[in-house]
Write a protein that binds this ligand. Structure first.
Ligand SMILES: Cc1cc2nc3c(=O)[nH]c(=O)nc-3n(C[C@H](O)[C@H](O)[C@H](O)COP(=O)(O)OP(=O)(O)OC[C@H]3O[C@@H](n4cnc5c(N)ncnc54)[C@H](O)[C@@H]3O)c2cc1C
Length: 323
């Protein structure tokens, strides 16, 4: 059986890996130039900067086992924290994704624009006019983007499901990437998330973190600050972001760039790890779908991975039972 997966972020990758293991074919459709979604790393000159997720933590036994395997393969390393370790990609978060996804089929630069369903499966249509047919489809974009896609796909969305999906909203986030003339010490390990100027959520020194040969800071603005500046153009946002920082930092900036995240962290979550839309083989997964026993209640790397796995297992089970 073949399953089409929309989105090659963590949820999509883990859904694909799970289905692959259970003997199904998968094809992932990703609108971006590379896999990873919010696991993003940018090369800047001689350096590198993570500008989406910075690290992951582990609460479930399932992720703990995978983490031990990745540590052994030197794909990830512990950054800091003894009781509650923070793990990072050895060369950044996106290079870690490249390792995870190396054996999977991904069509990059392909944006899904609608989905049709027929008596024997589903077809995903893309902006470039391509069609991808499958026995089932899993949507893994942030919920508001999946909702938008479903609203353009007649027959698939009933009123109740539309109401449920509309209840999930996301905070935005601006990340400033500042190349520095000289290294700047940020906290003990290269991250500071307390005692920062208004509007700044955290600052990370990528060189101190151990992923960059050049001194580059990633400055994360808070959800409130980002939402209230989202209508402004990048140049103006970057200027305002830099103006929030102390002169000890601004005086050392060599060059700067901005990353705009429309969807960073969800304000609300579902308390189930995936959703099936009625009788059609159309499923939703992603970081807003939490496993029932998730004690954190937050969207994060772990919730995205576990949602992808649970959705992959459910699709495989439904396909083999013909439901
Ligand atoms: C700034 C920031 C900081 C964060 N920091 C942390 C952190 O430190 N620790 C942590 O645990 N989590 C953090 N997170 C959250 C974490 O990154 C996410 O929870 C996780 O990566 C989500 O994975 P996902 O697969 O659910 O979604 P995504 O990574 O968003 O993947 C969805 C994919 O779908 C693609 N897509 C969307 N629409 C379409 C379409 N129509 N057609 C084709 N493809 C489409 C997107 O391009 C994307 O690649 C952070 C997120 C951000 C933005």
């Amino acid at each position: 059986m073949r399953v089409v997966i929309i989105g090659a972020g963590l949820s999509g990758l883990f859904a694909a890996k799970t289905l692959d293991k259970l003997g199904h074919n998968t094809i992932m459709i990703e609108k971006g130039r590379s896999a990873g979604g919010r696991m993003a790393t940018r090369r800047i000159g001689e350096g590198r900067a993570d500008h989406g997720a910075q690290f992951f933590t582990v609460r479930s036994e399932e992720l703990q086992k995978m983490t031990e395997d990745w540590l052994e393969k030197h794909w990830i390393k512990k950054w800091f924290g003894d009781d509650f370790p923070r793990y990072i990609g050895v060369e950044g978060m996106n290079p870690f994704i490249k390792k995870l996804s190396s054996s999977l089929s991904i069509e990059l630069n392909e944006r899904a624009v609608n989905i049709s369903s027929g008596p024997i499966g589903v077809t995903v249509h893309t902006e470039k006019g391509e069609h991808y047919e499958g026995d089932a489809v899993i949507l893994t974009a942030p919920v508001p983007q999946s909702l938008e896609l479903l609203q353009k796909s007649p027959q698939l969305l009933n009123e109740e499901n539309e109401r449920l999906l509309k209840s999930i909203s996301f905070k935005s986030c601006f990340t400033g990437l500042l190349s520095m003339k000289t290294p700047i010490q940020i906290g003990r390990s290269g991250i500071q998330s307390k005692d920062l100027p208004d509007g700044v959520d955290k600052i990370v020194a990528n060189d101190q973190k151990g992923i960059s040969a050049a001194p580059i800071l990633s400055v994360y603005m808070s959800g409130d600050w980002s939402d209230s500046h989202f209508h402004l153009n990048d140049e103006l946002v970057l200027e305002k972001l830099i103006s929030t920082l102390p002169s000890s930092v601004t005086g050392q900036i060599d060059s700067s760039q901005l990353k705009r995240w429309r969807y960073s962290e969800a304000n609300d979550v579902f308390r189930y790890p995936y959703m099936r839309l009625g009788p059609q083989p159309v499923y939703l997964a992603g970081d807003s779908f939490l496993t029932e026993n998730d004690s954190s209640g937050r969207t994060r790397i772990e919730s995205a991975i576990l949602s992808g796995i649970r959705a992959g297992e459910a699709v495989a089970s439904d396909l083999s039972n013909n439901i």
